[in-house]
Design a protein around this ligand. Structure first.
Ligand code: NAD
Length: 357
């Protein structure tokens, strides 16, 4: 984008343009660079305005707003989670987001965030795993092989070198789709017929199922010493994936505790159960994995700062690409206080001719 941006237009990244941008950069490079942006923002965590996301729950799902600001730039994401949507051919999760400059309040970017959410969730998981997974881990079980699953696999490959996958989904066709999409991308893939089978020989397990209930994707006896659990699918009140006993044996790492205590696996525990904030590990204030026998759990729910980082990365990468449209989003009368006059002139202007501002 040029510095000669018009005041009244906002760059808009559609789904189509997001796909062009991601493919032009390359998915794995995108994930690695995005993880770098997220880690950089985690290192300046204390600068940000933080609040648990604002959720509107209904019988079939949730719609959420996720705002944050670093004092110079403000961002928010609109996101839903509706596990039943896939039955009518719709996504479980869709999203869009905005960046704005704090000094004027003017938006500087509007972007699709359905694809971007999958990328940022995977980049955050893999970034967390660099501090939490056992050293040299190469085998990951992925339970739940829907929309997020390939992104998780590719982030763990690009960032940690994981190249053996053990897939399990209640619906075998989802695992087959995942294996097909990842074919030729450098993985050795096994499709398994149970969660137990998927975990055999895995040093990392990613749970990324969608079900609006207290589900038990992992039971206590499935989790052996030294495992790293990347729990992604439990991200709402009443929607979890792990048996509570696992949590009591694990060292738990979270994004923003006030949000994770409402939405994460730890909603099953006492409100003061000890957890470690991931940003402190990334900032070098505390340790991640300490020994080979420890069970580590990243209780991922997705936090606003990760979306902020993702939008910040996209904005930087857009420059000079043309992968955006200019959206006429802001009124721009010649005289700022003459908003109504602009409306009158638009009415008077012959059809099809632009009204003078
Ligand atoms: P999706 O609907 O595309 O895929 C979910 C898959 O899980 C489906 O294939 C389904 O068959 C499978 N599944 C459901 N119950 C199962 C079970 N008991 N055992 C094995 N497989 C099971 O959904 P998605 O877009 O991939 O999202 C997955 C989950 O991740 C959702 O719950 C979503 O809310 C969550 N999510 C979390 C974050 C985060 O930041 N933590 C971000 C995005 C999505």
């Amino acid at each position: 984008m040029s510095d000669a941006r018009k005041l009244n237009v906002v760059p808009f990244v559609s789904v189509d343009n997001m796909m062009k941008l991601v493919n032009a950069i390359g998915v794995e490079r995108f994930l690695v660079e995005l993880a770098g942006f997220i880690a950089a923002d985690f290192r300046r965590w204390e600068l940000f305005d933080k609040t648990p996301r604002i959720a509107s729950h209904s019988h079939d799902g949730v719609i959420e707003l996720m705002p944050t600001s670093d004092g110079a730039v403000y961002g928010f994401k609109y996101v839903n989670g509706h596990p039943k949507n896939t039955r009518d051919g719709r996504q479980t999760v869709t999203a869009f987001g905005v960046l704005a400059e704090v000094s004027s309040g003017y938006p500087v970017l509007l972007s699709e965030m359905t694809i971007l959410t999958a990328l940022r969730t995977a980049a955050t998981s893999a970034m967390a795993a660099t501090y939490l997974a056992p050293k040299g881990a190469r085998t990951m079980a992925i339970i739940g092989n829907g929309a997020q699953s390939e992104f998780q696999a590719l982030a763990f490959k690009a960032i940690l070198g994981v190249d053996r996958l053990r897939l399990y989904d209640l619906d075998r066709s989802a695992s087959e789709k995942c294996a097909r999409n990842l074919d030729g991308l450098g993985f050795d893939i096994a499709i398994c017929s149970s969660g137990e089978e998927a975990l055999a020989g895995a040093q990392i397990v990613t749970t990324v199922t969608a079900d609006k209930q207290y589900a038990t994707i992992l039971t206590d006896n499935m989790v052996g010493e030294g495992l790293h659990i990347n729990a992604v699918g439990g991200d709402c009140p009443g929607k979890t994936e792990l048996a509570a006993d696992i949590l009591r044996r694990s060292d738990i790492f979270v994004e923003f505790p006030p949000q994770t205590r409402i939405e994460g696996e730890i909603q099953q525990l006492a409100h003061d159960h000890p957890v470690t904030e991931l940003w402190r590990v990334v900032a070098g204030q505390t340790q991640g994995r300490r020994d080979a026998r420890q069970i580590t759990l990243f209780d991922s729910v997705g936090f606003a700062i990760e979306d902020f980082s993702a939008l910040r990365y996209v904005r930087e990468k857009l420059a000079g690409t043309g992968f955006y449209e200019e959206l006429d989003l802001l009124a721009d009368p010649d005289e700022p206080r003459d908003l109504f006059g602009m409306l009158l002139r638009a009415k008077a202007a012959p059809q099809g001719t632009p009204a003078a501002a």
